[in-house]
Structures are given as C-alpha cells and as structure tokens.
Design a protein around this ligand. Structure first.
Ligand code: DAK
Length: 259
C-alpha cells in the first residue's frame, strides 16, 4: 500500500490516508489501498476496532481526486463511482467498529468516507461539505443517502444543494460528529475511544454493529428479530460465559478472548 498507512496498536488499528500533497484526495490508488487495508484488518483476528484518519494537519480527505475525475467519460465515471461505492459500503459493513478521526477538510468523497464509519469525531479545525453540485456532479459515494440518514433530510438537502461547507461546531450541532477536540488531542481521543470499545467483548460489539446496521434497513418487527438472533448467538461465546461469571463472582472479568 502506498497511499494508506496501517499501524496496529494492541487490539486497535489506525489507518491513515496518505497523500498529503493533494490533501489526501481519493484517486483510484487510494480506493484500491483502502480495500487492501480492509483485507489486512479483516485477516487479523487480534484487531477489534479501526480508527481512520488523514495524513498531515490540514485535511482528512479533500474529496475525490478532481484531476483524475475531470476527464472521465460517462462509462469511466460509472466505473469510478462503483469502485468508490464498493469500498465505502465495505467500510460501512466492516465487521469491526470504525471511528473516523476527522483532522481537517472532509469534503465531497472525504465527507462521504467519514460517514461510512460508525462514529465520527473531529478536530476544531475540521470542515465538512458536499461541494459536488458546484462542480456539476452529484455526490457519488453515497453522500445523498448517508447524510440524509445521519442528520435530518432537510439539513442534508441544504448542505448538498448549497454546496456550502460547515465548521466543526456546526457539524457537532447537527449530529454529524459526536465530539470536537483541539487538533493535537484528536488522535489520542480517537485511539482512547477505539481502545474502550476494544476492551468489551468483541463478538458482542460486532453483533451490535450488525444489529444496528441491518435493523435500520427494515421495519421494527423485522428489526427486533434481527436483534433476537444476534443476542442468542452471544450465548455460544466464551466471552459471554466469562463476563457473566465474573459479575456473579463479584470479580473483574478476564480480558475478553474474541471467542
Ligand atoms: N482533488 C485533487 N487535488 C486536490 C483536491 C481534490 N479534491 N483538493 C486539493 N487538492 C490539491 C490541490 O490541487 C493542491 O495541489 P497543488 O496545486 O499544490 O499541486 C493541493 O491539494 C493543496 O490544495 P490547495 O492549494 O487548494 O489548498 P487550500 O488550502 O488553498 O484549499 C481546499 C483547500 C480543500 C479548500 C481546496 O483544495 C479545495 O477546494 N479542494 C477541492 C475540494 C472539493 O471540491 N472536493 C470535492 C471533490 S468532488 C463519483 C463519485 C464520487 C465523487 C464524484 C463522482 N462518481 C459516482 C463518478 C466525489 C466527488 C468529490 O469528492
């Protein structure tokens, strides 16, 4: 991987989009490397949570690479869009929980990338926006769908139709991010959050992600059945037995084994 760095720290991994000279814009290589990064993360049973960020102090990801996109034909545009959508959907449904640490510009494809993560936190320097209509295109990596689901449809429409950027405080106010930190505190906070998640029973955490993601796509009657099945599956795990035994024996549970 040349454009995505992957670092393992205990039970968490930190992936960094690394094209700082182009403000980490997403070209085909970055999309391929994000895929490779997810192959590596999924192949490692010791990784329980993933943090995704951008290289440098200025940008998370400043969108899809406008230079690469500018000359695309209709068919090439569709192929580029599919490549990105496949990667973003894979990230959204990655079995382990994901935290986006947004350290600056998150525009267009960058905003869409962070919306494919489970949780977003950002620096006080972060800027979010979907500038696509100003470039003559629609958001193409799921922006119309994920933004409307994460914030209100009216707010999503305002952001997308106006192509106006918003700052961190406004992103917090509308619920696009969960918390804002001074830039230097962002990565420690993101890693601490991922480590806190990673200390819980990994199979149960993954089941929660699946239940929330799948349940939101169906009606409540079906959603509750999805939850029941995943709840039941936890009772086949050693971690459930240890967690409940520890409670009953009034002791701290042993570190969970992901079994
Ligand atoms: N693509 C390529 N290069 C970029 C870039 C981008 N999105 N953003 C920045 N860069 C490059 C700049 O060209 C510049 O390169 P050099 O000139 O130094 O070689 C370098 O990064 C530094 O940028 P600036 O000099 O512009 O830095 P400033 O601080 O002055 O401005 C900025 C920062 C983020 C406000 C500005 O760079 C900017 O406005 N960037 C573009 C932001 C943007 O519009 N992003 C959204 C792109 S649209 C699709 C699927 C998905 C998409 C589209 C179609 N299909 C279904 C086909 C997604 C579209 C988008 O993401």
């Amino acid at each position: 991987m040349t454009t995505v760095l992957l670092e393992k720290k205990g039970h968490i991994a930190v992936a960094t989009v690394n094209r700082p000279k182009a403000l980490n814009a997403l070209n085909s290589q970055v999309l391929e490397d994000l895929n490779e990064m997810m192959d590596q993360v999924c192949a490692d049973p010791e990784i329980y949570a993933l943090v995704l960020t951008g290289s440098g102090e200025k940008s998370f990801v400043a969108g899809a690479d406008i230079g690469e996109m500018s000359t695309l034909t209709k068919m090439e545009g569709e192929a580029f869009g599919k490549k990105g959508n496949d990667v973003f959907r894979r990230l959204e449904t990655l079995p382990i929980p994901t935290v986006a640490a947004v350290n600056g510009f998150a525009l267009g494809g960058g905003c869409e990338l962070c919306m494919s993560c489970d949780i977003r936190i950002c620096s006080d320097t972060a800027v979010f926006g979907q500038p696509e209509v100003g470039l003559g295109i629609t958001p193409g990596f799921g922006g119309t769908q994920r933004l409307a689901r994460l914030v209100s449809p009216g707010m999503a429409k305002q952001l997308i139709y106006t192509a106006k950027n918003i700052k961190a405080d406004e992103a917090l106010r509308i619920g696009l991010v969960n918390a804002v930190y001074p830039l230097e505190e962002l990565m420690p906070a993101a890693e601490k959050l991922a480590e806190t998640i990673a200390k819980n029973a990994p199979i149960a955490v993954r089941a929660c992600k699946e239940a929330i993601n799948q349940g939101l796509q169906v009606d409540m009657d079906q959603a509750i059945v999805i939850e029941e099945k995943l709840f039941g599956s936890c009772f086949e795990t050693a971690d459930q037995k240890e967690g409940m035994s520890a409670f009953l024996e009034k002791r701290k549970h042993e570190p969970y084994q992901n079994k």
